[in-house]
Design a protein around this ligand. Structure first.
Ligand code: PHE
Length: 345
């Protein structure tokens, strides 16, 4: 009996191993445990055995059935896996990360850029963008910045090696290339492209030869704002600034302008704001950005004589640091997810 059972198991194991389809597995299973299977036939012979042998023989047959059943299930799942792999095609890459990996969050600087752009979109501004690589004309000359201005010094601005040409971004062939030191160059590109009237915000990176510390980074972000039309006045600028600060820092926010100088605006101002929502800075004037009325010389450089306008440049890191009470600019660039995760909704 034992010998017979071992032979049945052996035959079953061989045929199930060869099975390539569900049908072949079913046939192998039937030949052992089906109504006409070998084990079933053996079961039927039990009654012919002497009574004292019956229990042991019955046990043996049950043991064989228990050995066979998991092999049948295993064969079905082997075939199922093969079918799945086939239907996914050759490109299926089992090393790809699963959909269950933790989701990232939007970077606080991106969040701040989106927030400010949305505030301006509500009052009819559109978003303009240009590349990080600029020429001296767009970054300085067109913005009425003379060649002996300190910002044009290699100590302050990151110039590309002389002779470097990267794409056809300039009409002025003898120029040096640089990493834009402010986003004001987008004013020029936008006015040349679209003329006036124009209302844009231009978010993007800017670069300066700054020594990195808690408040300085050689690579930072600005949002430039430009509005040019007939009869744009300083009061329009003040109104838009108050709207911006109320949107960012709450209803109590107000702003003040202090005289300053930028080559591309006249008059020029430093802007301070104050709000009751600023924690330990509440009720104090906080310096935030530079602004002014677009210098007529700039408008002339882009063929928009007779128009007037205002412009300002907002530091994205500064706004993000103020809105979230962040004390060190370097947190933004350290890629530490423990920091970055705190800004997810
Ligand atoms: N570009 C200036 C800066 O980076 C800011 C500014 C923009 C000032 C527009 C006036 C008008 O400091």
């Amino acid at each position: 009996m034992e010998q017979k059972i071992n032979d049945i198991i052996k035959r079953f194991e061989e045929s199930v191993a060869k099975a390539q389809t569900r049908g072949e597995v079913a046939a192998a299973a039937a030949s052992a445990t089906g109504p006409n299977g070998e084990l079933t036939a053996l079961m039927k012979t039990l009654k012919t055995l002497p009574p004292e042998q019956k229990p042991a023989a019955g046990k043996l047959i049950n043991w064989a059935k228990q050995k066979i059943e998991p092999l049948i299930l295993e064969a079905y799942s082997r075939i199922e896996n093969a079918e799945m792999a086939k239907s996914l095609g050759e490109e299926f890459d089992p090393s790809l990360p699963t959909v269950d990996v933790p989701r990232g969050t939007v970077h606080p600087l991106t969040r701040t850029i989106r927030l400010v752009c949305d505030i301006f979109k509500r009052i009819g501004f559109t978003v303009a963008e240009a590349g990080d690589l600029e020429t001296e004309w767009f970054c300085f000359d067109a913005l009425n910045t003379p060649s002996d201005h300190p910002a044009r010094d290699a100590q302050d601005t990151l110039f590309l090696p002389s002779g470097a040409k990267s794409g056809n971004i300039s009409k002025h062939s003898d120029e040096r290339y640089l990493l834009r030191s402010h986003t004001s160059s987008v004013q020029i590109r936008a006015m040349l492209k679209e003329g006036a009237p124009i209302k844009i915000v231009a978010p993007g990176r800017a670069f300066r030869r700054d020594t990195v510390d808690a408040t300085h980074s050689a690579n930072f972000h600005q949002i430039e704002c430009l509005c040019v039309d007939r009869d744009v006045k300083l009061t329009d600028l003040k109104a838009v600034l108050d709207y911006l600060f109320r949107s960012l820092f709450g209803k109590s926010a107000k702003s003040r302008l202090r005289p300053s100088f930028f080559p591309f605006t006249e008059p020029s101002f430093e802007v301070d704001f104050m709000s009751d929502n600023m924690g330990r800075l509440s009720g104090k004037w906080i310096e935030i950005m530079g602004c002014g009325m677009v210098d007529p010389k700039v408008l002339e450089n882009v063929g928009l004589e007779g128009y007037t306008g205002y412009a300002f440049g907002l530091g994205v890191e500064r706004v993000a640091m103020l809105t979230h009470s962040i004390d060190d600019i370097r947190h933004f660039y350290a890629n530490d997810t423990r920091f970055l995760k705190q800004f997810s909704k």
